[in-house]
Design a protein around this ligand. Structure first.
Ligand code: C2E
Ligand code: MG
Ligand code: MG
Ligand code: MG
Length: 288
């Protein structure tokens, strides 16, 4: 009986595995199709500089609406694209779309904010990221300093020397670099100083526990101190409440990003959000 149970458990497990593999395969095929047919969009989330309440930038986040699945989270489809070899093309599309949008925002008369895009580890290591970025900047005529790449610690730590080289090349072109989800990876502080980065983003898990957990507050304080000593801008992500904001101000955080100020929005909505913000920042913040 025990043996039979074991066999059944295994069969169930194998079925689930098969279902997952099949699902990923289908998803990958649908993503290929979406990429060819304008099926992806970017959403824009503002970054607020606390000292003067100005909007210093915006993170572009990939959005995919699937006919049957509905809105699929990038946390779900990005890994599939990475494993399926689609991420280099998809990532290239993101950089291109972000640059196109910078041109469009300029035409609309928005202030010349910087747009940050997320770069996958696979894209960072395997793609010809530097060449590809150069040609997109050439094609769109966007000034390189309007573009920022968000990379994570794990991206960099897998092959530090190569990563530093790529970062330096991007730095030479003039593209800004930001360390995303900081505090969650296994970064080495001695390396951090060698990276040509201009920004560190405190991971939202710390921000979200900042009021409840002494430990999170201490980590936030440490990251802010570190950024100061390196002359790097520090951004807190995932700010949702007034209480979290108060704690971050107290800690001396410079820039904040989160639902409290604005959710990731379609380009048109972001444009009108910017208009509202400039009229009445405080009001916009509390109703987001
Ligand atoms: P991330 O780069 O750390 O992006 C921040 C995530 O936090 C976004 O989730 C954003 O919508 C969410 N967020 C912002 N403010 C708040 C808040 O106040 N509370 C909470 N709970 N969440 C907040 P999203 O858009 O689902 O993206 C998830 C992750 O997927 C991103 O994390 C990034 O790692 C990845 N991703 C998104 N777009 C791209 C892309 O174009 N390329 C690559 N390679 N990865 C992407
Ligand atoms: Mg990011
Ligand atoms: Mg992040
Ligand atoms: Mg992330």
């Amino acid at each position: 009986q025990a043996k039979a149970d074991g066999r059944n458990t295994f069969r169930l497990f194998a079925e689930q595995m098969n279902a997952e593999v099949k699902d990923r395969k289908e998803m990958l095929a649908d993503m290929r199709e979406a990429l060819d047919n304008n099926g992806f969009q970017l959403a824009f989330q503002p970054q607020v500089q606390l000292a003067d309440q100005s909007i210093v930038g915006s993170e572009a986040l990939l959005r995919w609406h699937h006919n049957d699945r509905g809105q699929v989270s990038p946390s779900r489809f990005i890994p599939v694209a990475e494993q399926g070899g689609l991420i280099v093309d998809l990532g290239e599309w993101v950089v291109g779309a972000a640059c196109d949008q910078i041109g469009l925002f300029d035409k609309m008369g928005l202030p010349p904010i910087r747009i940050a895009v997320n770069i996958s580890s696979v894209q960072f290591r395997r793609g010809n990221l530097v060449e590809c970025t150069k040609s997109i900047l050439d094609r769109t005529g966007v000034s390189p300093d309007r573009l920022e790449f968000e990379i994570t610690e794990s991206v960099v730590m897998t092959d530090v020397d190569k990563a530093i080289k790529t970062m330096q090349e991007l730095d030479t072109i003039g593209v800004r670099l930001s360390m995303d989800d900081f505090g969650t990876g296994y970064s080495s502080l001695s390396y951090l100083r060698q990276f040509p980065i201009q920004k560190i983003k405190i991971d939202k898990s710390f921000v979200q526990n900042i009021e409840i957990e002494e430990n999170s507050m201490e980590i936030v304080n440490a990251i802010i101190g570190l950024s100061r000593s390196m002359n790097i801008t520090v951004v807190a992500e995932g700010v949702e409440t007034e209480g979290q904001l108060a704690k971050l101000k107290e800690a001396g955080c410079e820039v904040v990003q989160g639902f409290y100020f604005g959710r990731p929005m379609a380009a048109q909505d972001f444009e009108s959000w910017m208009g509202d913000w400039h009229k009445e920042p405080a009001l916009v913040a509390t109703r987001a």
